[in-house]
Design a protein around this ligand. Structure first.
Ligand code: FA5
Ligand code: MG
Length: 462
């Protein structure tokens, strides 16, 4: 691997996503992270994170939708704009990937909150036109009022089954005019519930949301209401935010086979809990956890937006909530993916299991490398599609290679225009569940197969 650091020049520079940046004592972005910057799993049609992102977007038809903002942001966007103090630990070099002192890979989708809020008053059409929700047009003037933003985020974090240095978040920002709070919240709740129920019916899901929300507010002294706000508005807003999040999780969990979570079935209440939290850009703040695989899994941080942040965005006459949740963890639950690293797998056996727009359960494959071998042959002249049975071939292969066969696929089939002879090509994937197989071993199996195919089916090898 070539290092992205070029030391030959003065001042030293670093190339990231095809652009040259000044390097300094803050530069710590590693080649392995750089190399994943253009993986864009969020735009691969059959990728679980993309399928989930589309699903989430479809639950918020009145929000603007963004999913292609650059991961390279300024320290102002990632920290200062969110009122994160100069000495806050999240700014440490040990926690983030810096390109240089003023530039880093976003550590959360919140980095774009103020940018997108301001885009309305600044009439920043180059930013606003990146909205993917065709229901909302640029001219409406409301486009920066409510939005969802899905993106890859980067953190120097521990690595285990639920942590990875690159993951995905979806940020939601929802603002309301202070003068019209009750009516706007009511209208939004109604639209959201109608839309979610409609979507659930079209997918035949066992889900029917009630039109009134439960009381989910919990206000404590340690999790204070801002001096700008009155308690009644904050209760209304936080209830609306939490029920929006609950609905989202209900919708997602209703598509998971109930056997995969012992505590979750159609009858039991939603297996989530809300924990008091603290973020520099919200107050009060919470985290949502979902009971999964016998433990509480944190999936979301949220709260009532700091009013100073809205004032700085020329939206001081509004009040709002924001949440940011980890897409990868919900995707793992939804698709039954046991390890977050699989989401970064280049193995064809991973991505080929999924279909754009569909929720399907992942089935585990061997962690050892597959070995593909093709076999092609002409069927005997008198045979037709009824006299050669694929299952007979499968049996023969299993007889020879046993559990070393992972799968067999017909990859080519054609009939010669002159001779009318039919040719077939099968691709055999040899792979062990518990060890690496050697090429010699596989070649010997493949040779046996070639002999036996001729013997048994009277075919002519090609
Ligand atoms: C944040 O990133 C805040 N920006 C969230 C927020 C937005 C709060 C808006 C208030 C208002 P946090 O660091 O807790 O918060 O991350 C949010 C979610 O991202 C977590 O709940 C978790 O689901 C996911 N997450 C965090 N770190 C990782 C990781 N290393 N791998 C996978 N998912 C992660
Ligand atoms: Mg957290």
């Amino acid at each position: 691997l070539q290092s992205p650091f070029s030391t030959a020049k003065t001042p030293p520079s670093i190339r990231v996503l095809n652009k040259e940046y000044r390097a300094d004592e803050w530069t710590n972005i590693s080649p392995s992270i750089s190399s994943k910057l253009d993986a864009h799993t969020l735009s691969i049609p059959a990728h679980p994170t993309n399928i989930l992102k589309q699903l989430v977007f479809s639950l918020f038809p009145t929000f603007a939708h963004y999913d292609s903002l650059s991961p390279i942001v300024s320290t102002y966007d990632n920290f200062d704009s969110l009122l994160i103090h100069k000495d806050h630990p999240s700014r440490a070099k040990s926690d983030s990937y810096y390109i240089n002192k003023e530039t880093l890979l976003r550590t959360h989708t919140s980095a774009h909150q103020v940018q997108l809020l301001k885009a309305g008053s600044e009439k920043n059409t180059s930013l606003l036109s990146q909205n993917k929700n065709k229901n909302l047009d640029l001219a409406s003037g409301n486009i920066n009022k409510r939005f969802l933003l899905a993106a890859d985020v980067y953190r120097r974090d521990e690595i285990d089954a639920s942590h990875y240095p690159i993951f995905h978040q979806v940020e939601a920002v929802s603002t309301f005019s202070t003068k019209n709070l009750v009516d706007e919240i009511d209208a939004d709740t109604k639209a959201r519930i109608d839309n979610t129920n409609k979507l659930a019916r079209s997918l035949n899901l066992n889900l029917n949301l009630a039109s009134t929300s439960d009381d989910l507010s919990s206000i404590s002294k340690e999790n204070p209401i801002q001096s700008y706000h009155d308690e009644e508005s904050v209760i209304l807003l936080s209830n609306h935010m939490k029920s929006t999040m609950n609905n989202l999780v209900s919708f997602i969990l209703s598509q998971v086979p109930s056997t995969s979570n012992s505590s979750a079935d159609a009858q039991s209440p939603l297996p989530v809990r809300w924990i008091d939290a603290s973020f520099p850009f919200t107050s009060p703040s919470w985290e949502m956890e979902v009971w999964w695989n016998n433990q509480w899994l944190e999936i979301c941080g949220c709260g009532i937006m700091k009013q100073d942040l809205l004032i700085n965005s020329e939206m001081g006459d509004s009040i709002g909530w924001a949440f940011g949740f980890g897409l990868d963890r919900l995707a793992m639950i939804l698709f039954g993916i046991p390890d977050i690293r699989l989401l970064w797998s280049n193995d064809e056996r991973f991505i080929s299991q999924f279909t754009p727009g569909k929720i399907t359960q992942f089935s585990a494959f061997s962690k050892f490398s597959p070995c593909y071998k093709d076999i092609s042959f002409w069927l005997p002249p008198e045979s037709n599609e009824f006299s050669f049975h694929e299952n007979d071939l499968s049996d023969l292969i299993r007889e020879i290679a046993g559990n070393l066969v992972q799968d067999v696929k017909l990859v080519d089939s054609f009939t010669h225009p002159k001779t009318n002879l039919k040719s077939l090509c099968y691709r055999i994937n040899y792979c062990s569940m518990d060890r690496n197989v050697t090429n010699e071993e596989i070649n010997s199996l493949q040779n046996q197969l070639r002999e036996k195919v001729v013997e048994k089916f009277g075919v002519a090898l090609r």
